[in-house]
Design a protein around this ligand. Structure first.
Ligand code: ATP
Ligand code: MN
Length: 455
């Protein structure tokens, strides 16, 4: 269909005759003129279409909120604001929109919109969210490409169960009532002849690639059967996982900080209208926050230091903290929002609360892990230097009663030319939340999947 994108129509220097298509976002009229706001998704700003009612009568169906129309007209400098208006010469209805269209001016709370995921993208909020999301995704590939990382794709169906014992979705083709005398027989009869599931992380395979290609990253979905119904967890989320050879924990931290700053700068630069919108309607001060974060140093503190700080505040927490306890969201938020007031890397966690593959520190108690905590969200990145010593890795796995045979390939990486290496996982949706101020992860995802919800 020959037409001009509204983004181009708004910016065109040449005041020419054009055809545009879009959905009616608002309509108002007076005795002599009528005004339409038209959106085709190509820009956050809408195109104002002006109708001289003495010269042109418009079919009532074209004036309905949500109706799809094609308009021919002449571009003129905008009466108000920047860009152009369109003086309409003719209208054509592409698709009518009856009055039960659920996106009316009132009623549009985020909760209400969650019930109509197929239509909520027609609102300003979701248009802005998904533009930011797209810009950030492109920037991720640009960053890694510019820094010499290879983009690799790790399998989504896996037989190894990286850390997520209870958190893995099973993949099966067995009928619900498949008869089997034992668990072993049940899985032997299944599609892969063994128990399989959806991957919770591409890290283990990422390490395979990094210990040959040097610097790699993955950017794809991870699946977690998280039974926690929080505003930060989905059953299916997008995961950015760089993995780097010849890297120690400080290198991992440096990479994480540099990537985040690059992404934030890209969003600040390429999503100005969207950020202005979020700053006005979602999180006051958002642009200042992001500008500041993009240019100032992130804080770093050890888990032990963090626990010293938190223990003094135990009275305020639902779960009091002591050395050895996992940090809960309330603790993470307190650290980043009240103590450091900026993103903070917490490092060197007790080995008991972290995964088997993390590098064991010389103190015998902690591992070279780091979580990046940010205000408003808590953990946005989890990473570590990986254990590169064969014997230490085996002993950590034995302590956890793991099945060594299932990890033969992973252990081989420590046997044949082992090198210090590390990486991290960044939750893409959590990053988009941070950049937009949107507080519920369900509102930065097209069709969010979570416990008891798969609309
Ligand atoms: P949390 O403690 O918040 O549950 P985690 O420690 O389980 O996260 P990691 O295994 O370290 O998370 O995963 C790396 C990153 O992936 C996290 O920092 C987070 O940004 C993101 N992430 C993890 N689980 C989810 C989820 N269920 N939904 C959305 N993002 C997630
Ligand atoms: Mn983590």
């Amino acid at each position: 269909m020959k037409h001009l994108d509204i983004e181009k129509a708004l910016q065109s220097k040449e005041k020419k005759s054009v055809v545009v298509c879009g959905w009616v976002r608002s309509f108002r009229e007076s005795a002599n003129v009528a005004f339409f706001d038209l959106s085709d998704g190509t820009s956050f700003q809408k195109l104002q279409v002006v109708v001289d009612r003495s010269a042109l009568s418009v079919d009532a169906a074209c004036t309905k909120l949500g109706a799809a129309v094609r308009v021919t007209g002449k571009l003129v400098p905008a009466y108000k604001g920047e860009g152009n208006d369109l003086n309409a010469e003719s209208f054509e209805l592409l698709g009518e929109c009856p009055p039960d269209y659920p996106i009316q001016k009132k009623r549009t709370t985020l909760e209400f919109l969650r019930g109509i995921p197929h239509l909520r993208l027609r609102t300003n909020t979701f248009q802005a969210v998904f533009r930011v999301r797209s810009v950030a995704a492109q920037a991720i590939h640009r960053y890694f490409h510019a820094h010499g990382f290879y983009y690799i794709n790790t399998p989504l169906i896996t037989a190894s169960d990286c850390e997520g014992a209870g958190e893995m979705f099973r993949v099966t083709t067995q009928p619900w009532n498949a008869a089997a005398k034992s668990e072993e027989e049940y899985f032997r009869n299944d599609f892969f002849g063994t128990k399989a599931g959806l991957s919770v992380s591409g890290q283990l395979e990422g390490e395979v690639a990094a210990t040959a290609l040097g610097k790699i990253y993955t950017f794809g979905p991870s699946f977690r059967a998280e039974n926690s119904n929080t505003t930060r967890h989905l059953a299916e989320f997008w995961h950015i996982e760089p993995e780097v050879a010849f890297a120690e924990l400080p290198d991992v931290i440096e990479l994480a900080e540099s990537l985040l700053k690059y992404l934030i700068k890209a969003v600040l630069k390429e999503c100005k209208d969207e950020l202005k919108f979020f700053d006005s309607f979602v999180e006051k001060g958002l642009i200042d926050k992001l500008t500041h974060v993009a240019t100032s140093k992130f804080a770093v503190c050890t888990y032990t230091e963090a626990v010293d700080i938190l223990e003094k505040q135990n009275a305020r927490f639902q779960f009091p903290v002591h050395w050895g306890s996992d940090l809960q969201s309330e603790h993470e938020k307190y650290l980043t929002e009240e103590v450091f007031k900026r993103p903070v890397f917490v490092t060197d966690y007790p080995k008991e609360i972290k995964s088997f593959y993390m590098k064991q520190n010389a103190d015998g108690k902690t591992v070279a892990a780091t979580d990046l905590l940010v205000p408003g969200i808590g953990e946005i990145i989890g990473g570590s230097e990986r254990e590169a010593d064969y014997k230490k890795l085996v002993s950590a796995m034995e302590e956890r009663g793991m099945d060594m045979a299932a990890y033969k390939q992973y252990l081989d990486l420590r046997k044949f030319g082992s090198v210090p290496h590390g990486g991290f996982g960044l939750g893409f949706e959590r990053f988009v939340m941070y950049c937009t101020g949107i507080e519920n992860i369900r509102d930065v995802t097209l069709f969010p999947r979570s416990v008891k919800n798969i609309m």
